[in-house]
Structure formats: C-alpha cells, structure tokens
Design a protein. Structure first.
Length: 390
C-alpha cells in the first residue's frame, strides 16, 4: 500500500504539491487524475524517492522508498519511457537492470515476451517508436515481479491493440492483489480501467473515491423524452404535465426534452395520464470526462483562446477570387462534397481560346494541329490572370 501524509513540495516560490494525503490500496487499479501542472508527476517522484518532500512523508508498505531492501523487487515504475540509453538493445537494457537487482537473466526474456518485444530484443532502443518505448518501460517495471506498480501515462503512443493490452494488464495485476497506481489524461481509458480515483488540482486533493461515486457526485443525471415531431402541441402538453408533477424541464436543440427531478417510471406515468405518446424515454448518465471537467474546471492553469489571425493574411493579387466557404454538410465517405457555386480554379478552362470546342469534339486530332500551337508564345500576357499568378 502507498500512503501519503501531508505531502508538500515547493520549488522556490512555486508550490507544486500542498498538504496532499491519500492511500493507494492493493487489489484495485487506482487512477491518478489532474490537469497539466497539477503536481501528478511531482507526487509520483516523491513516492519513488526521486524528489524530497518539503513537508510531509510518503511510504510504501510502511517504509520510505529509500529504506526498502532491494526496492526494484518490491516497486516497479514507468515515469519516463525515454529514460533509456539509446545505444543499448532492449534486451541489454533490461539485463543491466536485472543484474543491478540480482534478478536472473531468464526473467528478461520472460518480460520481453509479456510486452511483445521478442522480435526486436536485439535492436537498439534509439530506433524504437514511442509505442515500443512504452512497452520497454513497462517491461522494466515488471522485471522484479513487484507488488507495487506506478505508471505515468502508460498508453502514450500505443495503438488500439496495445491500449487494450495495457488495460487488461492493469486489471490482471490488481486482481493478483498488487497495488496499481496509474496516471493518465485519457478519461475513456480510466473509465474502463480504474476502480478508484484520486484527483488533484493545483497540488491539492480534490477527490478520493470510487469511480462510480465520483461520476455520481459530479454530474447531473437526467432523462431524455421525445414526442412525435409532427405534433408540437403534444410536446408542450407533456412539458406542462411534467412541471406540475415536480420535474424540471428544459428543451434541447433536437426537439427532445431534458427532464430532471423525476424518475423514469414517474415520467412514463405522467405521459400516460396526459395521453401523450412517447417516441423516446431514455436515461442519461454523465461520462467520467464530463464529471472530471466539471470538478476541475476551476483548477486548470492553461486555457486556450481563439486565434484572431489579425493582420496575417497577405493582400490577394488583382482579380483573385477567394475559395468559397464550405457549409457544414454531411461528408460522403472519406471526402467532402464539392463546394457550392463556381470553382475559382476552373476559370482557366472557361477562358480557353476559341479553338476549345473543336478540341472537345475530337480530342485526339486537335493537339497536333497547327492553329493552337502559335498561341503558346502568347503566354506573356497570361501573368495578369489569377491562375497564372498562383
């Protein structure tokens, strides 16, 4: 178990973590969430003894990390997948770590198989992709078969198959009774992987609870109700009946009603009593992302603004017609539909010489014909055209 008590870390005038206390228990995947700059990486470094707390303390199994005998056999961590000597092969990197900790060499080949790097075990790590580096870092964390594991953004750079593998690996490790502490910004993955959440913002604890409780406490569940679109009077009648029954009703852009304060069976009864037909009656529960955004919206340090682009567009050549704005229309397949109106790039064929009609009627005989050829030297006048200016 990991236990932090009153952790505080200051870098000069900057307080990265302040009075942070929590426990990470075995047998569950604990997600560690927070905005950029909230102190997650600093906290993990203090857990592993890489940073000394300004105040407070953190222990693993009741002991500070530096006091653990043969710590790599008890704690495995992935904080930075790039922390590898690029000139070493994957196998030699793991072998050097194993020899430092008294781990038999056969274990190196075992973890290479677990992470799927057997085929590239003899390749230098500086040629690895980001995803391969992540797999190598996970292999290093698993090398000593530890009971406590810490992972900082373990799915960065992984393909969908790799993400699924990491998700199942975390769950398997927790099912074996290990302590698994995972930091990630991917809310969708945390929703599928984590059992418990610790959320911090600006270095302070915001939440420490099960993921289901976190979503419930930081979201407003509601019901979506839809009546026949051809009968708007029915919609108004139902809205009035639900309001009289004690519900709060808000219209949605697509014509449905958002109802809070009433359970679904009660909504159905009210609609039946009002003699209103329902085309939809469905519950809506917020996702982890919605709940997380709602809780941390006041703790975000870095917010983007709209790009004004003031004065950056150069003056267009005379006669240039800008490309028309493509409206929001559904795309067909992988390609957007052609823009409405006349295409400015089609101006050249429309302004072609008078000899163009014969070319369309007999495309093969016309190219060698003499009359079109003398017009090629007349191109000096063309630079005044918009298409030639481009």
């Amino acid at each position: 178990m990991i236990e932090a008590v009153g952790l505080t870390k200051r870098y000069g005038a900057k307080t990265a973590v302040y009075n942070l206390s929590f426990q990470v228990r075995p047998g569950a995947v604990t997600g560690f969430l927070g905005p950029n700059g909230s102190g997650k990486s600093t906290t993990m470094r203090m857990i592993l003894g890489l940073d000394q707390p300004t105040a407070g303390h953190v222990t693993i199994g009741g002991h500070p990390f530096r006091n653990l005998p043969n710590a790599p056999r008890q704690v495995g961590a992935l904080l930075d997948a790039k922390a590898v000597h690029g000139g070493r092969s994957a196998r030699n990197h793991l072998l050097s770590l194993a020899q430092l900790s008294g781990i038999p060499a056969r274990r190196v080949d075992e973890v290479l198989g677990v992470v799927g790097l057997q085929e590239v075990a003899k390749r230098r790590s500086n040629g690895f992709s980001l995803g391969m580096g992540q797999r190598l870092g996970i292999a290093a964390a698993l090398l000593g078969d530890p009971q406590v594991l810490l992972f900082d953004e373990p799915v960065n750079g992984l393909d969908p198959e790799g993400i699924l593998w990491v998700r199942n690996l975390m769950k398997q490790l927790a099912a074996e009774g290990r302590t698994v502490f995972v930091s990630s910004h991917l809310m969708s993955e945390m929703a599928l992987t984590a059992d418990h959440l610790i959320v911090i913002g600006r270095g302070q604890l915001l939440a420490d609870m099960r993921i289901t409780d976190f979503i419930s406490h930081n979201s407003a569940d509601f019901a979506r109700v839809r009546t026949p679109a051809t009968e708007p009077a029915q919609r108004e009648k139902l809205a009035s009946a639900l309001t009289e029954a004690g519900g709060q009703v808000l219209p949605e852009p697509d014509g449905a009603l958002r109802v809070t304060g009433l359970p679904l069976p009660r909504i159905s009864d009210v609609a039946h009593e009002a003699d209103v037909r329902l085309w939809e009656l469905s519950p809506h529960q917020a996702s982890l992302e919605e709940a997380y955004m709602r809780m941390t919206q006041g703790a975000v340090d870095y917010r983007s603004t709209a790009d004004q682009k003031a004065g950056l567009q150069p003056a267009m050549p005379p006669g240039y017609a800008p490309a028309p704005v493509i409206p929001d229309v559904p795309q067909q397949g992988w390609y957007a539909p052609p823009p409405p109106g006349q295409n400015p790039y089609a101006a050249a064929p429309q302004q072609a010489p008078v000899h163009q009609p014969p070319v369309q009627q007999a495309p093969q005989p016309q190219p060698p014909a003499a009359p079109p050829a003398p017009q090629a030297p007349a191109a000096p006048a063309a630079p005044t055209k918009p298409e030639d200016a481009r």
